[in-house]
Design a protein around this ligand. Structure first.
Ligand code: HEM
Length: 329
């Protein structure tokens, strides 16, 4: 009898421990799973997809913009939509940080959120909206798709100094880049795969000038014809906002051209070229991605899920915001 009581209590113990572990994860709202909204908002993913599809059809540049938002959200105190908060008299927005000064796509997120609020009020977090919208951004540009674990919660505060501190610089060398990703539990392969996001979108002259004029160390690893071509529009002084595509052949197609460019020493940013040809350990991986688009697509999807799992700080209060630009009162 005693032994049966004992075995009963120990058979309860294991699920209890697992349960407590899960609750620990949910304390700051960060136990994520794919079916999170299956009951509470079954059309959530369709709504996100339909807004993204119609936006990208008329303004394809919104897709890279939204994808970049996800990175800039997750790298600053976790994926908690802090990047979407506007400044108030009490709080300076992440948007005021230098690496965020050209972020776009906020209106698209607002539109998705207002459609979701009409369908399921107060249910779908802004952080999940960014995660789903960036997945759809990639697939709408011809890239891979994947299941997005959901259930993120939204921060009640922004952190402009964390945004300045945690977002890597376009002048960073490999060591600094690896550090920036390792801080968030992402390894070198994740970093190389995620950097493939630069197969779409544009950068401003002020961010690649140092590379094409040879001021940064990695600036020496450059195809001279490419440097010359970029210098034609990006002058040594002035015109900081002149844009160039990362991938000049297919700037709005999510493919593996980014890696082909790196192998050809035509990476646009110093931080791009730092992945290849500068004495680091990732040359083989870059070459593999440049030849094997399926492998890149798979690794990119895996790394996006991993990046999307970066939790908010454990003691940070969270909520499901009703308007992504401001906290609930
Ligand atoms: C490895 C470190 C990274 C650095 C240093 C970096 C830096 C930059 C810079 C400087 C720009 C151009 C901004 C401008 O000139 O206005 C840019 C654009 C972009 N970044 Fe990154 N980035 C990094 C990683 C990532 C990651 C991991 C993603 C997403 C998974 C991403 C997605 C994008 C996209 C899509 C654009 C184009 C945005 C547009 O055209 O609107 N980046 N990045």
């Amino acid at each position: 009898m005693a032994s049966s009581a004992k075995s009963t209590s120990s058979s309860w113990l294991a699920p209890l421990i697992v349960c407590c572990a899960l609750l620990a994860c949910t304390a700051n709202g960060h136990f994520l799973y794919v079916g999170y909204y299956d009951r509470s908002c079954p059309n959530a993913q369709d709504i996100v997809h339909s807004v993204m599809a119609s936006k990208v059809a008329t303004q394809p540049a919104m897709a890279p913009a939204v994808l970049r938002l996800f990175f800039h959200d997750c790298f600053v105190n976790g994926c908690d939509a802090s990047v979407l908060l506007d400044s108030t008299s009490h709080m300076e927005s992440d948007k005021a940080a230098e690496p965020n000064d050209s972020l776009a796509g906020f209106d698209v997120i607002d539109e998705i959120k207002s459609r979701l609020e009409r369908a399921c009020p107060g249910v779908v977090s802004c952080a999940d909206v960014i995660a789903l919208a960036s997945r759809d951004a990639v697939s709408l540009l011809g890239g891979p798709t994947w299941n997005v674990p959901l259930g993120r919660k939204d921060a009640r505060t922004a952190n402009v100094s964390a945004a300045d501190a945690y977002l890597p610089s376009p002048h960073a060398n490999l060591t600094k880049l690896l550090d920036a990703f390792a801080t968030h539990g992402l390894d070198g392969q994740d970093m190389v795969a995620l950097s493939g996001a630069h197969t779409v979108g544009m950068a401003r002259c002020q961010n690649y000038r140092a590379r094409v004029y040879g001021y940064d160390g990695e600036g020496k690893i450059i195809d001279p014809a490419f440097a010359e071509e970029r210098r034609r529009t990006c002058h040594a002084v002035g015109g900081d906002n002149i844009m160039a595509p990362f991938d000049e052949h297919s700037p709005l197609t999510f493919d593996n051209t980014y890696y082909k460019d790196l192998v050809a020493r035509r990476g646009l940013l110093t931080s791009d070229q730092a992945l290849y040809g500068c004495g680091g350990p990732f040359d083989n991986l870059v070459r593999t991605y440049s030849k094997d688009s399926e492998r890149f697509a798979r690794d990119f999807a895996t790394a996006m899920v991993k990046m999307g799992n970066i939790p908010p700080l454990p003691d940070m209060p969270v909520e499901v915001r009703l308007n992504c630009r401001r906290i609930n009162y």
